[in-house]
Design a protein around this ligand. Structure first.
Ligand code: CA
Length: 423
């Protein structure tokens, strides 16, 4: 599919992250007003709560956008999702009447003047561990090369249940946490600020349709339940994690914050970029078999900007297609127990690393546990995140004369408090 042309000129550049082919959903505010739902087009946002738009979007009641989240819209289901997208592509397309263009031009807001908010209400959060290179690298560091992948890893997508309350939108500052630490050299544990604070380059899958308790879903049904995707940075305290994780997995190490990008890129926008999961080392059980390509070809990048620096350094580049399990497989597996999935459920993909050193989606891997610090463009070295570093995840799909962007997933790490128990 080529670039679809819009009368919003900025959407027609091959480099624009938000052409008519994309149309991601977010929540924005301007001038301190109440946040509201909007759609990105070029460098503008279409306010879908405006009366001008509401008159054109027949079939969608005003009450759907009464709350500043996309949950009520998601609940309406895929037929409505498709019809709404068709309406948007019609009215924002270049052949729209001059009259409609004039009316809508009045309710476009420039992205530069908007503050972005959480695009949906995260009702539950599960973080998977489906990046094979990442799992192998971390396993090698924590348990040795011969035990790198746990015995279950090639048979099922493993995960832990995270905290919905920890999810924040891009731009939110993240405070370095304190926690219980016990480095191998210490005889007894102690309570101190995390010294090995890290990122995890992940994708977030947003579940847009619920499943029924007691009724597992197939991979195809799971894919049909998915509404869209965001970038996701699962901030990780590696020293807290190394001490606490056995045998139940990460807990406080992953609970400080998880940042998501502000725009929900719909499954519909990603259709042209579908690609298959990698070849299987073991045949998967039938319930995990994929009926078609369930991953996407999405280029990913991580950059780090030191405090006061004027240029961010790219520290990693990889692709979403490096995952071993697709989001649809993760979601299907999640329901095998009879667990019900809800509208607004968020699934983290697991850290996405590739085979090469510069493809690694965490500082833990980039610096090999701190043993091999890497250099920034300024010449400074990093093993883990330092205070006031800003980390940015970005993603794009390269289409035929157009780009699908996600909006950056940014977070600055503030110094730990002097004493978190002193208020
Ligand atoms: Ca993670």
């Amino acid at each position: 599919m080529p670039l679809l042309k819009s009368w919003v000129e900025s959407a027609n550049s091959a480099q624009s992250p938000f052409p008519l082919n994309n149309l991601p959903y977010g929540v924005f505010s301007t001038n301190g007003q109440i946040p509201r739902c909007g759609v990105a087009i070029g460098d503008m946002i279409l306010d879908v709560t405006s009366p001008e738009f509401q008159k054109l979007a027949s079939g969608i009641s005003n009450s759907v956008f009464a709350e500043p989240t996309w949950n009520a819209f998601m609940k309406l289901g895929s037929k409505t999702w498709d019809a709404f997208r068709t309406t948007l592509q019609d009215i924002l397309g270049e052949s729209t009447s001059a009259d409609v263009q004039a009316k809508l031009a009045d309710v476009l807001v420039s992205q530069a003047s908007a503050t972005m908010h959480m695009p949906f209400d995260v009702v539950e959060y599960t973080d998977f561990y489906s990046g094979r290179h990442h799992a192998t690298n971390v396993g090698t560091m924590f348990r040795g090369a011969e035990n790198a992948l746990p015995p279950n890893w090639l048979h099922l997508p493993i995960a832990y249940n995270g905290r919905a309350s920890s999810i924040v939108v891009s731009g939110t500052e993240v405070r370095r946490p304190w926690g219980q630490l016990k480095p191998p050299t210490a005889e007894t544990p102690f309570f101190a600020p995390c010294k090995r604070f890290d990122i995890e380059l992940e994708f977030g899958t947003i579940v847009g349709q619920a499943s029924t308790m007691g009724e597992p879903v197939s991979v195809q049904e799971a894919d049909d339940m998915i509404f869209g995707y965001v970038l996701l940075n699962d901030w990780s305290a590696r020293d807290i994690q190394a001490w606490e994780y056995q045998p139940l997995g990460p807990f406080q190490a992953k609970a400080t914050a998880t940042t998501i990008s502000p725009w929900i890129v719909t499954k519909a926008a990603l259709e042209p970029f579908r690609t298959s999961t990698p070849e299987r080392e073991f045949l998967l059980l039938a319930y995990l078999e994929e009926p078609g390509p369930m991953l996407y070809d999405i280029d990913l990048e991580v950059s780090l900007l030191p405090d006061g620096g004027n240029k961010a350094s790219t520290i990693a580049q990889t692709n979403y297609n490096e995952l071993y399990y697709s989001a649809a497989q993760q979601l299907a597996h999640h329901t095998t127990s009879g667990c019900a999935m809800r509208v607004g459920d968020l699934l983290g993909s697991g850290t996405i690393s590739g085979p090469e050193k510069n493809n690694r989606g965490s500082l833990l891997e980039l610096s090999w546990g701190g043993k091999e610090p890497f250099k920034l463009e300024s010449g400074e070295e990093r093993s883990f995140i330092e205070d006031n570093d800003t980390l940015t995840l970005s993603a794009h799909c390269a289409g035929d004369g157009y780009t699908i962007g996600f909006g950056d997933c940014v977070g600055k790490v503030l110094p730990a408090l002097d004493d978190p128990y002193k208020r």
